[in-house]
Design a protein around this ligand. Sequence first.
Ligand code: AMP
Ligand code: MG
Length: 359
Amino acid sequence: MNNLQTKHWIVDKKTDILTDNPQVKEAALWITNDEVVAFPTETVYGLGANALSDRAISKIFKAKGRPSDNPLIVHIATIEQLHNLVKGIPEKAKTLMDKFWPGPLTIVFEGDSSVSPRVTAGLKTVAIRMPDDPLALALIKEAGVPLAAPSANLSGKPSPTKAEHVLKDLTGKIAGVLDGGATGVGLESTVIDCTCNPPMILRPGGITKEQIEMVIGVVVVDKALLPNDETVTAHAPKSPGMKYTHYAPQAPFILVEGSPQFLQSLVEKEQKLGKKVAVLTTEENKHTYEADVVVACGYRRDLKTVAHHLYDSLRRFDDQDVDIIYGEAFPYSDVGEALMNRLTKAAGGQIIKEPTVTK
Ligand code: AMP
Ligand code: MG
């Protein structure tokens, strides 16, 4: 599997015609031949294979080094494709589909018995979404089958938001990558389980809890995701993937809740020990730091821009050969919820809080 000639198909989503597009057709042909192909979605790049072929699915797990107990999301281009994959469509799921599909919302349904246990990791449920990216939809339509697709990175690494990230991780291991430029949202989809009532958010992502509650009323959040909850380690997440360390750069990454001055003091301590120290910050605060590497990742006043740049910024530290990275924390509201979920995981739970000063 390490000697495939990984193809790089560049497509301009704005100007190229996607129907009958030769690059899309070639990528789809590999899919129908049970090979795996990376493609852009509005969230991150996915690593797609025919969801109906066990042989193809096993190649996804092998290429990524993904644990086999971590199920895959099935990507569809039409509602007709959904009917063959699920037992039924609950009313609230229907409302969510009408409002947010195509888009960054994955819905967990009761799975049809025909869905391969390789896709669902043996669960009775199946996770499905319709991506909001013309190239992704064109590929699924051309292949004529739903695509099981996790993020197109090596397991444990930050998800890919550019084709070059995919090529760095998976060259030689996959048939090719459809390159549609940088992805938009930059964080993975929100996963919501609609087999229970009220529905339960299993992974925060591109669509916020507030947006969901506007259309279907109260939803709950899987306890394992709640910050500062002593049950965090005791409670197994309902979404198997949430228990793994993810998104991590090579150097240790530590999240800092506190002022930029406090973070700078941590930098200086490490520099005195001869370490090469990096800081992950935002455009607003970048001039506050004197570190060996300072990466500004979007604007704090618009957390969507931070989400968009996050994984590319985390990957940049790997090229700089740093010893340790300190990152600013963000508020747990709106997109901040998903951002902090990913950052906490990238940090493997290592968070330093600034001691509160009592006057
Ligand atoms: P990734 O494909 O890497 O973005 O991860 C997909 C996420 O969806 C993982 O956290 C999986 O555990 C989760 N997932 C996929 N299928 C199911 C399912 N049937 N039930 C619960 N979570 C799921
Ligand atoms: Mg992933």
